[in-house]
Design a protein around this ligand. Sequence first.
Ligand code: ZN
Ligand code: ZN
Ligand code: FE
Length: 768
Amino acid sequence: MRISNTPAITLNTKRLRIRVRGIVQGVGFRPFIYRLAQEHSVAGWVRNTSSGVEIEAEGEHLETFLADLQTKAPRMARIADITVHELPIRGEAAFAIRQSRPEQGKHQLLSPDIATCRECVEEIFSPRDRRYRYPFTNCTHCGPRFTIIEDIPYDRPRTTMKSFRMCPDCQREYECPSDRRFHAQPNACPACGPSLSLLTCEGKPIPCGEPLTHAAQLLLEGKIVAVKGLGGFLLACDATQTGAVRTLRERKSRPAKPFAVMLAKTEQAERFCFISDAEKMLLESPQAPIVLLRSKEQTAISPEVAPALRYLGVMLPYTPLHHLLMREVNRPLVMTSGNAREEPIAVHNEEALERLSAIADCFLIHNREIRSGYDDSVYMVEEGKPRAIRRARGYAPDPIPLPFALKPILACGAEEKNTFCLTRDRYAFLSQHIGDMENALTMSRFEETIELYKKLFRIEPEIIACDMHPEYLSTLYAERLLERHPGMKRVLVQHHHAHILSCLAENGAEGPVIGVAFDGTGYGPDGTIWGGEFLIADCTGFQRAGHLEPVPMPGATAAIRKPYRMAIGYLRTFGVSDFTGLPLLDNIDPTEVGIIQQQIKRRINAPLTSSMGRLFDAVAAMCGVRGEITYEAQAAIELEMLAMQAPREERIYPFTIEEVAGCDVVRLGGLLREVASDVRNGTPPVLISGRFHRTVSEFTAEMCQRISRKTGLKRVALSGGVFQNRVLVRCLLPRLRDEGFEVFTHALVPPNDGGLSLGQAIAAHLAK
Ligand code: ZN
Ligand code: ZN
Ligand code: FE
């Protein structure tokens, strides 16, 4: 496609080669350059390369052309850097978009998937439009990107759209510089693009007029429909029908873990939740994540959707298919990842039919292949800022910019909420959420995704980083890799050190800092389980400056599933063996109590832990909040929900800090004994939880002050899953800032183990 300008060579005419790097492919960048060239009467060409976009521009007004290139770039483009070289004038008259040019070894940034734009939504709801009700409508501003890409440069033949041949109408749009679909790689329409079908759970076609309308009908009847979306299958059901939600819970063996809900529009979501301006922006952003919103009481949404929680995970439709479905059902739908238990999200049609046939009543599928599986991202807003809890669709593989350039490193991440991280230059390519590794399916998804990232970003890692835990499957993967590539270097990274470095990296800081890492479990080099840690940390190493007092976990993993065991572990350690008046502990079968006591006394299967997560569990069990859990951190989360309703008061529980062998230890005997007496006196759990949260905040601040006095450090980094606790954060942050600390928190990267791989990569870079 060429247009003609009058060749006008004057004294001011110049020719420049401009190389642009960043997210400049799949976001309408070449069409934008083309239009800009027309506007400024610039001749030359533009093309995609494996490392970005290359332009040769000849004309008189190249300064303004260059300025506009940076300030007027498409909404989803992100320019990382521009280099400019002057070339001899050629006297060219036209500007063209040239064929893409693959380059050996070069890499570029790739756009994540983008939620359907306003123009495309208007088209699918306009009866006169040729894309009326077409579920795969997209344009250069929106649509699938990373989920369909097979190789770079990003062009249709290297995506899963290659099997669809554009019809003449689509081809015309694709070639017309003034069209919104000019070079939109996934461009499609009802005549030429992907289509829907509705299948029974045995995979047989369901005879019906329109699959989408029929699926909507089934949802209204209380059925569970597996819907193939952008990054994989979602399981949908009517969120207002308790029966349907319960069935989904039973079939998914997910008794209580909250489900996300999809709503058609923000205005609708406002009927069910309180939404701040920042939350609204996040909901409606091109990334369209699940946002955790304060739920209103007594709404039409079944309490079974998020039992015992005061927050609801809400997302808006992000594909035309969702928009059409939501319009059709006109009510909130539960939309949860298409998997059983902790398996990875189902991606392919046959795979979904096999894995989800016992859960879904029918399947709304399509014939566009998904190259890489993506769960929905989960975010919350705190202090007016979006904060990642699960980073996946819409965000990955957008790299995290680093404070310094890193060697090519593969960091293997954690056991739960696994992500991996590949580094190159000043970029950390943090993968999408992969899942819990103890599952064979997750393990193969992990390996596949690593290979895809290595290929797309052209990274051959020289160093492999993993957790110190000898049994983490990601650590074993690293070992196997090492056997195959003996030249590679392996670095073992302590779990909580990695947490703190991950927080530093996303804040562009290097340390040293006082690192406060609070989570459930992490391998400690001293043979105990860490999780309530105060580290003096930087990129080269760490020193354990303080921690919670270690207590036994009777039954090890059984103590995680059964917080009442943890409560007994704590109380016995502090000399309390009479549990009368503590309802959850008092009712345990005496034989089990006997076993627990033996485990503690003889140190059989009762490892010591300094975990903050376990302290929350113990207090939750003592208050009668929850004795057994069915999803991670359930007891702690429910305890937090109570604290949210606590009245303002000053009271806190007693604690002491004691120096043991150069390390400050928080002694918790006073706290636990007083919680026990509060429970016995009939103090409402809401009050106890409020006091407990304030106490944790208080001793954390005091520990930071003590360490600061010894080291002179005035910067604190907070990391670990416990910092998803809003009550704690709201209490602690102002407290630390009042003391003059500069505080680093997570935003781009999850504070939980989903962010661990980033920190591992940083630690591995400078490791000896
Ligand atoms: Zn669009
Ligand atoms: Zn078409
Ligand atoms: Fe952790």
